[in-house]
Write a protein that binds this ligand. Structure first.
Ligand SMILES: NC(=O)c1ccc[n+]([C@@H]2O[C@H](COP(=O)([O-])OP(=O)(O)OC[C@H]3O[C@@H](n4cnc5c(N)ncnc54)[C@H](O)[C@@H]3O)[C@@H](O)[C@H]2O)c1
Length: 387
């Protein structure tokens, strides 16, 4: 039986587009009884032209410039939160109180205190919810996890993550407004820590277990920028770059680096794990490739040394995570598919399948690690993360 799932989209920018596309595509590729219907879309009054074009292009039935109207409309089943971080708290709590299913973009909130209140609200309301750490649904990253779970890495010694970009090097880039709200701490909460390292931390804890403690340093290279909305030169209070050391509960140690000042790097999200049996490496700029160094198999058998070496797995076989829903082996999928894969898993969980992860409750951990990183950078001390 086909069930309509009426979507209220909050945000008509980058993620609004990625999510709208995913809602429309998911029933074409995955078995689901749900038929998402793009019911209403919110954007700010000042972004109204963009909102109207967006709604027409994606086929939204209506637009709103007051997000509360979307949340309260009785013809909306699911609220999809694709607005900047400072809105997540109020929006999610209002949506939970209105009994809506909730999809929330990362980072969960501006800080863990907000996150706790959001988790309390969704748990009180008992509404299904997910946080969009979509990289878990890159097939090569899901295969990374599978190889670890199969025992192919063994005892882990090191975890190494980078998430680098280069689009804020010029001091002429303003802060504030569409996309550039990321440079305004009041709207973003933090800089690369919440925006980019939140992804790296979510993936790291998923692959390698909880982080126990962190020691961080942050830097703001351009101290003042024009604010696009006020026209005034204002102090920049986000972290432009952040590096931190991490101790994992499994005894391994990690390094994390993120910046928007790495000339030539666009979305350089990489991570590597080194264990006694093998190593695995992933680079989002080559998303269909997983690099694996196989030294010893889980049964203790050594790979003959004359044929050991890094192998590049082209993650497009039907045996690979998600790939049987897409094309024939050898045909790659891309960035937009990570959102479609995510919604497929979320809809499956609504239909009684495995509980979707991460939900708001588990995304709160990532927020706590982000808070600890920023506290460590402020105090120059190691900071432990509460369990
Ligand atoms: N999962 C991912 O990989 C990923 C990627 C990009 C963004 N995100 C997250 O998605 C959310 C939205 O990001 P985006 O890149 O789509 O944003 P965007 O700038 O492209 O769009 C922002 C939308 O929010 C509205 N808005 C409301 N208040 C605003 C304000 N003060 N400043 C600017 N816009 C405002 C705008 O009208 C617009 O519709 C953020 O929480 C971000 O962290 C996640």
């Amino acid at each position: 039986m086909v069930k309509e799932l009426r979507i209220g989209m909050l945000g008509c920018g980058f993620m609004g587009k990625a999510h709208s596309n995913a809602w429309l595509q998911v029933p074409h590729f995955f078995p689901t009884q749900y038929r998402p219907v793009l019911k209403a879309c919110y954007g700010r009054q000042e972004d109204r032209k963009q909102l109207e074009e967006f709604a027409a292009r994606w086929g939204y039935e209506s637009i709103e410039t007051d997000w509360r109207k979307v949340v309260q409309r009785p013809d909306i089943d699911l609220v999809d939160v694709c607005v900047p971080n400072h809105m997540h708290h109020d929006v999610v709590i209002a949506a939970a109180e209105a009994g809506k299913i909730i999809v929330c973009e990362k980072p969960l909130a501006l800080n863990a205190k907000e996150g706790e209140e959001m988790v309390a609200a969704v748990e009180k309301a008992g509404v299904p919810n997910m946080v969009s750490f979509n990289y878990r649904r890159v097939p090569a990253i899901a295969l990374f996890k599978q190889l670890i779970d199969e025992g192919r890495v063994g005892r882990v010694f090191h975890y190494r993550a980078t998430y680098n970009q280069d689009y804020t090097i010029s001091a002429k880039v303003p802060q504030g407004g569409l996309a550039l709200w990321r440079l305004d701490a009041r709207v973003a909460g933090s800089g690369v820590t919440g925006d980019l390292l939140a992804h790296s931390i979510d993936t790291a804890e998923w692959l390698n277990g909880p982080i126990k403690a962190v020691a961080a340093h942050t830097e703001t290279f351009v101290k003042e920028r024009v604010h696009a909305e006020t026209g005034q030169v204002e102090k920049v209070t986000i972290d432009d770059a952040c590096m931190f050391l991490a101790i994992f509960a499994n005894g391994s140690i990690g390094t994390f680096e993120s910046t928007r000042y790495a000339r030539g790097r666009k979305n350089y999200n990489t991570f590597e794990i080194n264990g006694d049996r093998g190593s695995i490496y992933f680079d989002l700029e080559n998303p269909h490739i997983l690099e694996f160094f196989r030294y010893e198999d889980p049964d203790g058998r050594r790979v003959e040394s004359h044929i050991t070496g890094w192998q590049k797995i082209h993650v497009t076989q039907s045996e690979h995570p998600y790939m049987k829903h897409w094309w024939v082996p050898g045909c790659t999928i891309g960035y937009e598919h990570t959102f479609i894969n995510s919604f497929a898993d979320f809809l499956a969980s609504l239909e009684g399948g495995p509980k979707f992860q991460p939900d708001l409750h588990s995304a709160l951990r990532t927020q706590r690690v982000c808070d600890a990183v920023l506290e460590s950078a402020r105090t120059h001390q190691w900071v432990e993360i509460p369990e």
